[in-house]
Design a protein around this ligand. Sequence first.
Ligand SMILES: Cc1ncc(C[n+]2csc(CCOP(=O)(O)OP(=O)(O)O)c2C)c(N)n1
Length: 569
Amino acid sequence: MKTGGQIVWESLLKEGVDVVFGLPGGAILPAYDDLMKYEYPIHHVLVTHEQSAAHMADGYARATGRVGVCIATSGPGATNLITGLATAYMDSSPIVAITGQVPTSLLGRDGFQEADVQGVSLPVTKHNYLITDVRDLADAIKEAFYIAGTGRPGPVLVDICKDALQASVEYEYPESVYLPGYKPNLNAPDEASVARAARLLNEAKKPLIVAGQGVSIARAEKELRQLAEKANIPVSTSLLGIGTFPSTHPLSISWGGMHGEAYTNYAMQECDVMFAIGARLDDRLTGAFDTFAPNAKIIHVDLDPAEMGKNITIDTPVVGDALLTLKMLLPQMQPNEHPAWLAKIADWKTESTERDIIAQETDELVAPYIMRQLWHATNEGDATVVSDVGQHQMWEAQYFHHTKRRSLLTSGGLGTMGFGLPAAIGAQMGLPDEEIWVVAGDGGFQMTMIELSTVMQERLPIKIAIINNGYLGMVRQWQDVFYNKRHAGTPLFNPDFVKLADAYGIPAKSVTRKEDVYSAIKEAQAADGPYLLDFQVEEFTNVYPMVAPGKSNADMIRRPMPNLMEGAE
Ligand SMILES: Cc1ncc(C[n+]2csc(CCOP(=O)(O)OP(=O)(O)O)c2C)c(N)n1
């Protein structure tokens, strides 16, 4: 016989879980007690706030490709997880959340710390459970892991009533799941659609690939590269697709969309066949849906049939796994050259480079410069960067060239400020030997900086770069462009981040001058544990290009050419 609490831990062990992120409370206490009592070899990371527990599980999952686990108590503990679950849901990240619930006798009676967690989490989880009977617990956990990690990954929540945690039952972990209607393994695409995709790509004059995170989830980076090289097709990515194709490769044309590269957007707008694979074509990438890639026949490869035609009219839908699709497609592809098309893109790229902010002679400390130095200092990208949300996130993606899979972890879909530090903690727990950098704005960092205590408690060697511009920068940029520079609610009151780090026992340094950037990064790297760098940057730099919401990508606001810059002679 095992208690519900024991069943939780033993089931997690069966799933190969070695670390969980959580914070206890009354309803989940029986499970915590069982963890201590029976000394299960699962490491529990005590977080400061449950939102972070979900981000940590998410960061762990994104970095390792394994399912991350977070734990919270009932009511406020569980509702604090919701932003993290929604973040993982939008970015297809596999996590299992285990929450305590009030005893079954109190369900629906507004008992102390009761919240309808199943109801609240329903729209932001792939699936969820309310367990009122301990006999259902092992099956639910088995299914939760299966659902979270298969098909299109996502978060699954198991809410367990306290009495079910305390009750005992004969325990046997199920060998398999029985879920009629959920068939994530039927993921080979239909042959006729793949043949049509091959024909379109072979005949294209101006083909273009848009690779999304689905490529990395399917581990199809190698095959993507083979496709691009065989037929000389330029490869762009979505924000989350960064790292699926080395951005230093001659066929790489960076990432597109609202703040993607201008030349990438031009290429997307002009291509005649677009091969979008594992990218959900959201509005940040496409701009106004009806103006996106107007000349292109679009082939959309995605595991999730619900993505087909959701935003964009698709010429050739291919419902299937990215790896299987590429493997079927490759033999049907003919070698090809496309010299005129590649030359045209190269011209656009040269012109983009001329506008580059870091090519300009200025002493101002700006984030793009820091991002490029970080790239150099990490042996040209041999690190994992976890970025928060805002201008710095866009600059990181523009100026740090990612060549490795899963080397940029960022909240793309929900755009969750506060994601960076906790997600980096999860990533570092999963990849203890990897160099991990958090790049965060001063606003987003303050949302979860309380997790500096977790960094120290777990002795994690995370390096933190705060891009401190004294503003909620990205919103300040919108105010400049759309609200006549009225800065309502965007100037920040910041603590002294160096002193703050000191309070946690973390070494830190403030950097104000360009010439000190590289050496400061090197100093942080040389430190044996965590290190925080507070980069005090120019306040009013904007991210370009910028596509106004609802506008076409063809109508980008671009950075003025250097000789047209304000103040230029
Ligand atoms: C939780 C949350 N609240 C609000 C926003 C809206 N938002 C997007 S970017 C941004 C500003 C971010 O400022 P900061 O963290 O300082 O980074 P910066 O843009 O200056 O690099 C805000 C408020 C958000 N994305 N997430």
